[in-house]
Design a protein around this ligand. Structure first.
Ligand code: 0O2
Length: 221
């Protein structure tokens, strides 16, 4: 009967949620290991913070409807690759690419796709480096490969994106043209700030890459 079907979906959805939750924990741990090792090797911390989120059932259903997918957990697993999301905020643009490279080079991380909205920002000014990866999750029943969308960005890009998100939410998607224009200009200002801060940092500390080569120890980055 219907009650039984709904109960079965409830249990399958709980299983899905658990697996994606485990994948987020795996990614968070891998990221923290990368961070601590980097700090140990180079006496420099390239990551400001790491956050994770699981898509809510409401936003999953909304996305499924937008993409005209059936209400089928198997289809969602195959088609919706950002059920689990991780955001990695770095100090500088260079760190964004460094952390991205070190993370995606790992043997236990399989890269599915990469979108570089830093090299090519969206028309509204949105800027970040996105990677969709698959990571293994070990269950008592065997290994499952779970997709996770990782967004790598600088503090300035994150600042802009969170304001953009709040504005979109406030206007329910219908953002007035002058606000859109101002947001685009603010994105440009954030980009300028990123470049100035990075060049200032390099002037004071020198590039970590240079220091590593210069000291002759540690792996070449
Ligand atoms: P939330 O709340 O983070 O889950 P799709 O995922 O199908 O919509 P696509 O092309 O696969 O589209 O994904 P895209 O555009 O590469 O990246 C999607 C995610 O990037 C979004 O997730 C946001 O987190 C972020 N993002 C993309 N564009 C913007 C933007 O213009 N402003 C802000 N603030 N964030 C953006 P969700 O699912 O939309 O939201």
């Amino acid at each position: 009967g219907l009650a039984q079907r709904l109960a079965a979906i409830g249990s399958d959805f709980r299983q899905l949620t658990l697996e994606y939750e485990f994948a987020l924990r795996e990614v968070e741990t891998k990221m923290h290991i990368l961070q601590d090792e980097f700090l140990h090797l180079h006496d420099y911390n390239p990551i400001e913070h790491v956050s994770t989120r699981l898509k809510t059932l409401d936003s999953l259903v909304a996305k499924s409807n937008r993409r005209e997918l059936p209400m089928d957990l198997g289809v969602w697993r195959r088609e919706i690759l950002d059920i689990a999301g991780t955001r990695v905020t770095c100090s500088f643009r260079r760190d964004v690419y460094r952390v991205f490279e070190l993370f995606t080079e790992r043997q236990d991380v399989e890269v599915i796709s990469v979108k570089d909205y830093i090299a090519q920002p969206k028309a509204n000014g949105y800027s970040s480096l996105h990677a969709t990866v698959r990571v293994p999750v070990y269950l008592s029943t065997g290994v499952v490969l779970i997709p996770v969308e990782i967004q790598f960005r600088t503090i300035a890009m994150d600042f802009w994106a969170s304001l953009d998100h709040k504005i979109k939410y406030k206007y329910d998607g219908e953002v007035p043209a002058d606000v859109v224009d101002e947001l685009r200009e603010a994105a440009q200002a954030a980009d300028d700030l990123d470049r100035r801060m990075e060049s200032l940092h390099d002037r004071v500390h020198g590039n970590v890459r240079g220091n590593v080569r210069g000291s002759g120890s540690g792996p070449t980055l």
